[in-house]
Design a protein around this ligand. Structure first.
Ligand code: ATP
Length: 299
């Protein structure tokens, strides 16, 4: 049995002459918080629009729960592509009654429950017009939760919110994930993906740069730079050093790559000395996530 909630297979999308998606493929595992990360115009919204049947792909395919999209698969997906048009003069409860009526998702009984989940119970009778932006966004998420869908799809869920509103939405997403929902969200913020997501697909100009667990894709590394009077000999000595992930010979130094916080400079120094090499350079550089992201999206 497949554990993929969504499998995207070679999706291509043209808007007239503009190629918005250039054959992207990846799988979204069940139970993860999956971030689609990329700069403006990279194709995130187009991808979500296609998998939610709002847009037609030019070619390629996608499967929800291992099956082609149908009304029964769609019932298991709650989505928030853009802020829905709630009625300003109605309360949260009355707005959700209308949403429930139109979407036929869940029953009226679910309304109190979804308002509780998004922490709006206290204000459920207040008019929508009195809500802060963050509360409006939480109400939109409540609407997506009607019918208790297994998967939630959000496009830039924290866009336009102040820091408090952003933190509330991020906490809510984590809470929903803990309850077992699979969450798929687009974001242009590396920081957001790092804080909220377990998995990521990085997009650039309609292509997929890389996809996988956040740990594997965006992991920070320790880079130790060393040199001696004989770098060739040093390279040979260290190429099988314990814990080393990668070794690179640069012009006048050698770079040793270790997992984050795993490099021990004293041990490296001692090892070289014990083997007859005196180092004239030994420094630790930490590659920031920003520089890794920049590197991934700017090559
Ligand atoms: P943003 O974060 O700015 O929303 P995005 O990563 O979601 O960006 P898309 O909105 O999917 O990217 O856009 C991908 C490409 O397709 C861009 O070049 C965009 O200009 C183009 N595009 C999107 N919608 C249309 C449209 N309706 N007509 C023509 N081109 C479009």
């Amino acid at each position: 049995m497949s554990t993929s909630v969504l499998s995207i297979q070679n999706l291509v999308k043209y808007y007239g002459n503009i190629k918005a998606l250039d054959g992207i493929s990846y799988d979204i595992p069940k139970g993860c918080v999956f971030g689609i990360l990329g700069p403006n115009g990279s194709g995130k919204t187009t991808t979500l629009g296609i998998v939610l049947n709002v847009l037609n792909q030019t070619s390629g395919n996608f499967l929800w729960f291992g099956k082609p999209s149908s009304s029964s698969t769609r019932q298991q997906i709650g989505s928030l592509l853009e802020t829905p048009n709630f009625y300003h003069y109605l309360s949260a409860v009355d707005n959700l009654k209308i949403t429930q009526e139109i979407s036929k998702r869940g029953t009226k009984k679910d309304i109190d429950n979804v308002l509780e989940i998004v922490n709006l119970s206290q204000r459920k009778k207040s008019k929508f017009s009195t809500y802060s932006l963050g509360m409006k966004q939480r109400l939109a998420i409540a609407a997506a939760l009607l019918g208790n869908p297994e998967v939630l799809v959000f496009d830039e869920p924290t866009n336009g919110l102040d820091p408090v509103g952003i933190a509330e939405i991020r906490e809510l997403i984590k809470k929903l994930a803990q309850e077992g929902k699979t969450i798929i969200m687009a974001s242009h913020l590396l920081d957001e993906v790092e804080k909220v997501c377990t998995h990521v697909a990085i997009m650039k100009k309609g292509t997929l740069i890389t996809a996988g667990s956040v740990q594997n894709v965006l992991v920070n590394e320790d880079i130790v730079e060393i040199a001696s009077s004989n770098n060739g000999k040093l390279f040979e000595l260290l190429k099988n050093y314990t814990g080393l992930q990668q070794i690179k010979q640069e012009q006048d130094k050698i770079q040793l790559y270790f997992p984050l916080a795993q490099a021990n400079l004293e041990n490296i120094n001692q090892y070289c000395f014990n083997n007859g090499i005196v180092l004239n350079l030994l420094t630790l550089k930490r590659k920031s996530l920003e520089s890794k992201f920049f590197e991934l999206t700017n090559n």
